[in-house]
Design a protein around this ligand. Structure first.
Ligand SMILES: Nc1ncnc2c1ncn2[C@@H]1O[C@H](COP(=O)(O)OP(=O)(O)OP(=O)(O)O)[C@@H](O)[C@H]1O
Ligand SMILES: [Mg+2]
Length: 243
């Protein structure tokens, strides 16, 4: 069953500082994602990987095209109103950004628990789930009540990933979620993702590490200058195009 149909998705940026020059982020990108599939997105730096995920999560408003999400109802994520976007975020669609946002003065456990609390889970239950995820990702217990603003890049990345996983979204959009992790914590992050996959979660993940792609992906989308160069089953992917 198809979860997401991306059709002719384009994103052009008007860069005012460059005399309103237009920069192409994405140009006519089309692909389908099946339920429970792990789709890896690869390509050189600047090829449009982050722009693609941001258009799917509607951090960016696409310039053209459709992103049909087949959830309880069929929704075009490229054009639906902001209220529909907000309602889908968290439970239906989760996202972690490539660059870690400055997190306000909130303890790590509450950063992770927040999406659950927002959707009505009692605070203590949500914190319990948050601690489980932080534990599974080997974030030291003494940091759980500390502010992530002071954490290392890899610790923050794990808090981010735990936050996206906490509400068990149906579709997870991950932008280089393991780039700052050492091999051991990366393995733990991948184990968690595989557990989520076992429960039917669909993942679209941007990765530049060929080993991670080979370990987790079912299919690979290769982007080049905002366009799709290839969509390959993992067996046919040789890692050449990964920067
Ligand atoms: N908000 C923006 N304003 C202007 N240009 C942008 C914006 N976001 C992305 N771009 C441009 O769109 C192109 C694609 O950028 P994007 O961040 O999607 O690449 P990427 O494949 O994720 O690269 P990397 O591997 O370095 O993260 C680049 O040329 C970039 O400069
Ligand atoms: Mg990027």
């Amino acid at each position: 069953m198809t979860v997401l149909s991306v059709e002719g998705l384009s994103k052009t940026f008007d860069v005012h500082v460059l005399d309103d020059t237009q920069v192409v982020g994405l140009d006519g990108v089309s692909f389908n994602v099946r339920e429970g599939e792990f789709l890896a997105v690869v390509g050189e730096s600047g090829s449009g990987k982050s722009s693609l995920l941001k258009c799917l999560y509607r951090t960016y408003d696409p310039t053209d095209g459709r992103v049909v999400y087949h959830g309880d109802d069929e929704v075009d994520l490229a054009t639906c109103d902001d209220r529909t976007v907000m309602a889908l975020r968290g439970t239906a669609i989760g996202y972690t950004s490539q660059f870690l946002n400055e997190i306000p003065r909130v303890p790590a456990v509450d950063v992770v628990a927040r999406p659950l609390v927002e959707q009505g889970t009692p605070a203590e239950t949500a914190r319990g789930r948050a601690r489980e995820l932080l534990q599974a990702l080997s974030v030291p217990a003494e940091l759980w009540d500390a502010y992530p603003a002071t954490f290392s890049g890899g610790e923050r990345q794990r808090v981010n990933l735990a936050q996206a996983l906490a509400p068990d979204p149906d579709l997870l959009l991950l932008d280089e979620p393991t780039s700052a992790l050492d091999p051991e914590t990366r393995r733990e992050a991948i184990d968690l993702l595989e557990t989520a996959l076992g429960q039917g979660t669909t993942v679209i993940g941007v990765f530049h590490d060929t080993d991670v792609v080979a370990a987790v992906a079912d299919r690979v989308v290769v982007l080049d200058e905002g366009r799709i160069q290839a969509v390959l089953p993992i067996e046919e992917f040789d890692g050449e195009v990964v920067r």
